[in-house]
Design a binder for this molecule. Structure first.
Ligand code: HAS
Ligand code: HEM
Ligand code: CU
Length: 539
């Protein structure tokens, strides 16, 4: 899915460089059909598959419990049937809706049913992991959940709450409407349901990367987790705060109260806190690892990190790209500043260094150890893997510079330049950034070719290492654990905090209550003043 999704990206980048290749492509009817495929396959499908696999495997191995594979395969097939249905609709040019599928644009019912099945598949895995964890708690009374399992459960609980908006939007409104059973849908209500899920989904994409940075990367770097309890605290904060902030995607939507927009803006600033905790906590883990290898100084320690290892390097590059990604997010979150960048190229600039790099490059890194781990086949080429990571990183950095810059000039997103009129004055002022976007697309194309070459050569390779030489799952130890083993004892206060954080069900209930307070008034007023409109097909 990623392979197909990514293949279209460079064409879009060329479009932004004002080079139109779409006239030569028989398999894409329009720029927007390609953009729909790109957004849906990359951001929705690739992520959901990868996360559902990883966040089933890691907690099961961390808890030492075998999952019910019949249920797991049922989830897989539910997702796959859904994806095939939606893909059929998009490939047939019957769902050129972009990945946000805002009504009144109306596509084939297959698209909406497929999207619903994809979400249902992920929720089956969510239920499975939560049930496994509750069973483990029952058979291990008083024990603290291992970190990787704890974080996975918190992520799935968050997703259970967060996916509700999308499920209601699609099942209650869009499917009946696309089947012709209802005459209209209220676009504002649909957008509000979409963004209820649409912000939290970005944490569904990035928290699995955080799990890797907190719980696996320290060992891969040759060190320990700086603070186990800080990691748990940040995930509880994500469980509480990920969802009640979706209105920050709708600052420009008229018809919603400015009061609730402002309240959700403030909550958005709060949900930045656990990411800041992560930055400093994971940064400390890296510094500890470098010190263990003899590194020192303010920045000199970074040289002692294992830069020759693609698993390590891809993740750290992903993290570095997330620093400007997060900073841009804070700009977007600021109601007044967002009016300058909303719907401009700035926004794709922001999310290609968050989901397109922080998440995707971390998933590249994970695949570099997970594939050898699962197949016992060695990674085909360490060198090529390293090159793919560096080129992806630099490609996305150049992309982000270009797109953010264009956005400040006012270049819109979602624009087919060859078909657009009235932009020439703006384009003449944006020559340099538009060229950067085009160039970055070429760099990224090379990176993608290298990445998929490594992956397919590994998968198709014949050599297998012995069971003893198998790549282990790099679960890391925490500093406190290591000190306790060395006889220094752990701090009793920290142990108390971890016990409080262990009550994930309590935080789940609090998260539900908070999201109801933050969203119910808006939904009630939208439901009491419906403005249904019939569907449109603009392509
Ligand atoms: Fe965003 C729009 C606000 C994070 C994805 N975002 C989007 C869209 C997507 C997206 C896809 O408030 C576009 C949707 C569309 O199509 O319209 N975003 C934020 C904020 C954050 C944020 C406040 N976004 C993400 C993440 C995403 C993502 C994560 C995907 C994975 N975003 C917005 C807003 C909009 C928006 C508005 C709407 C704009 C509009 O007008 O439409 C925060 O969560 C960010 C916090 C992050 C940090 C960075 C922490 C840094 C870390 C790394 C440290 C590195 C180290 C390495 C330690 C504060 C953890 C050191 C290594 C050495 C070797 C030294
Ligand atoms: C949109 C390029 C990889 C997710 C875009 C746009 C460009 C682009 C230029 C903006 C199009 C427009 O607004 O008109 C690329 C390139 C890639 C790449 C060159 C790498 C080869 C990815 C990845 C993801 C992703 C890995 C996510 C995992 C998206 C999404 C959109 C988008 C969600 C928005 C679609 C929409 O507006 O409906 N991409 N991209 N892209 N990209 Fe990418
Ligand atoms: Cu958001």
């Amino acid at each position: 899915m990623l392979l197909i999704g990514v293949a279209i990206g460079p064409l879009q980048a060329l479009n932004y460089a004002n080079i139109d290749v779409y006239q030569y492509l028989p398999f894409l009817k329009s720029y927007y059909q390609g953009l729909s495929l790109h957004g849906v396959l990359n951001a929705l499908v690739f992520t959901t598959y990868f996360i559902s696999g990883l966040l089933l495997y890691l907690p099961c191995r961390a808890l030492g419990v075998r999952p019910n594979l019949v249920v797991a395969w049922a989830a897989y097939w539910t997702m796959t049937i859904g994806v095939l249905m939606a893909a059929w609709a998009v490939l047939g040019n019957n769902a050129t809706l972009l990945y946000t599928f805002y009504p009144p644009l109306q596509g084939s019912p297959l698209f909406y049913i497929g999207a619903a099945l994809l979400v249902v598949g992920s929720l089956i895995i969510a239920a499975q992991v939560i049930v496994i964890w509750t069973g483990w708690k029952r058979s291990h009374p008083g024990e603290i959940t291992p970190l990787a399992a704890y974080m996975s459960v918190a992520t799935w609980m968050m997703w259970v709450i967060a996916s509700l908006g999308l499920v209601v939007e699609v099942v209650v409104f869009l499917i009946p409407w696309s089947l012709g059973w209802t005459k209209g849908v209220d676009p504002l209500l649909a957008r509000t349901l979409f963004w209820y899920t649409g912000h939290a989904i970005v944490y569904f994409w990035v928290l699995p990367a955080y799990i890797s940075w907190y719980a696996l990367l320290p060992r891969q770097a040759g060190g320990v987790i700086a603070s186990d309890s800080m990691a748990r605290l940040s995930f509880v904060l994500f469980l509480l705060l990920s969802t009640p902030v979706g209105l920050h995607h709708q600052y420009s939507d008229t018809g919603l109260s400015i009061g609730w927009k402002t309240v959700q803006m403030l909550l958005t600033f709060l949900v930045v806190v656990p990411s800041m905790l992560t930055a400093f906590s994971v940064g400390a883990s890296l510094e500890l690892a470098a010190q263990a290898r003899g590194g020192g100084g303010y920045f000199g320690w970074t040289r002692r990190l294992p830069w020759k290892d693609p698993v390590f390097t891809a993740q750290v590059l992903a993290m570095i790209s997330f620093i400007p990604g997060g900073a841009g997010g804070i700009v977007n979150a600021s109601l007044a500043l967002d009016t300058a960048v909303h719907n401009t190229a700035w926004i794709p600039g922001h999310f290609h260094i968050t989901v397109g790099t922080a998440t995707t490059l971390t998933f590249f890194a994970i695949s570099f150890w997970l594939l050898p781990h699962l197949t016992r086949k060695p990674l085909a080429s360490v060198k090529m893997a390293l090159w793919s990571a560096w080129l992806w990183f630099w490609g996305m950095i150049i992309f982000a510079v270009g797109m953010h810059w264009e956005g400040l000039i006012g270049i819109p997103r979602r624009t087919y330049f060859a078909g657009a009129t009235g932009l020439s004055e703006m384009i003449s002022r944006a020559q340099v950034p538009l060229a950067l976007t085009g160039i970055s697309g070429m760099v990224l194309a090379v990176a993608a070719v290298l990445y998929f070459t490594v992956i397919f050569r590994t998968l198709l390779g014949r050599t297998r290492v012995s069971a003893q030489a198998e790549v282990p799952i790099p679960f890391s130890q925490s500093l406190a654990e290591v000190e306790a083993l060395a006889g220094n004892g752990g701090s009793p206060k920290i142990a108390g905090a971890v016990r409080v954080l262990e009550r994930l069900w309590v935080f789940f209930a609090l998260a539900l209550a908070l999201v109801m307070v933050m969203y119910l008034p808006t939904f009630i007023s939208l439901l009491l003043n419906p403005h249904p409109v019939p569907g449109l097909r603009l392509w």
